[in-house]
Design a protein around this ligand. Sequence first.
Ligand code: HEM
Ligand code: HEM
Length: 187
Amino acid sequence: MTVSQDRYSSIAIWLHWILAILILGQIAGGLITEDIESKALKFELVQWHKSFGMLVLVLSFFRLYWRFAHKPPAPPAAMTGAEKMIVKITHVLFYVLMIGIPLFGWMVVSASPKDIDLTLFKIIPWPHLPFIPKGENSVEILKEVHEYLAFAMLGLLALHVLAALKHHYKDKDDVLTRMVTFMKPKR
Ligand code: HEM
Ligand code: HEM
C-alpha cells in the first residue's frame, strides 16, 4: 500500500468522476426508458443501458481494488470521530450500491423467461448469471430491488454532494479540491 498523500491518486480521481457520470446517466436512462411507448426504441435503449451498466460493474470492481491498494488522503484534522465514521459508512455504502445495482440488473436479465442474449455494446458476448430462478415473478421482484437501490444511491448522493459543498464553502478545507485534478489543494 502506498503512503497517504494530500490528494487522491489521479486514477482514483478519474474513476470517481467517470463513474459518477456513468451512474447518473444510468439512473436517468433507466427511468426515462421505463415510460417509452415504442417497443423497438425501448429495446434498443435497454441494450445500451445493460452495456453501460456492466461497464459500471467492471470499473467499480477495479476501483475497489484501487481503493485497497492506494491509501486515500487523511481526513481534515478538524473532523470529529463521529464525522469520520459517517464518511466511512457513506463510502462503503457507495461501493455496495455501485456493485449491487448492476448485479441486480444482471439478475433481472438472467431471470427473464424471454432469455434475451446479452451482447455488450453490440460486440461483446456476455453470459447470464447461473442459478437465478426464471419467471416473470422473479423479474418483477429483482426489477423492484434494482430500482429501489438506484433511489437509495440518489439519496446518498444528495448527502454526499451537500457534505462536499459544506466542506468547500463553509469549512474551507481541502475535501473537494483533493478530488478534482485541476483544483489546487487548499492547505
Ligand atoms: C449503475 C448501474 C445501473 C443503474 C444505476 C441502473 C438503474 C436503473 C433504473 C433507475 C431503472 C428503472 C427502473 C425500472 O425500470 O425498474 C433500470 C431499469 C432496468 N435496468 Fe438498470 N441500472 C444499472 C445497471 C443495469 C445492468 C448492468 C443491467 C443488466 C445487465 C440492467 C438492466 C435493467 C433492466 C432490464 C431494466 C428494466 C428496463 C425496462 O424494462 O424498463 N441495469 N435500471
Ligand atoms: C453517483 C455519483 C457518485 C458516487 C458513486 C461517488 C462516490 C464516492 C466515493 C466512493 C468516494 C470515496 C473515495 C473513493 O473511494 O474514490 C467519493 C469521494 C468524494 N466525492 Fe464522490 N461520488 C459521486 C458523486 C460526487 C459528486 C457529484 C461530487 C461533487 C460534489 C462528489 C464529491 C466527492 C468528494 C469531494 C470526495 C472526497 C471526499 C473525501 O476525501 O472524504 N462526488 N465519492
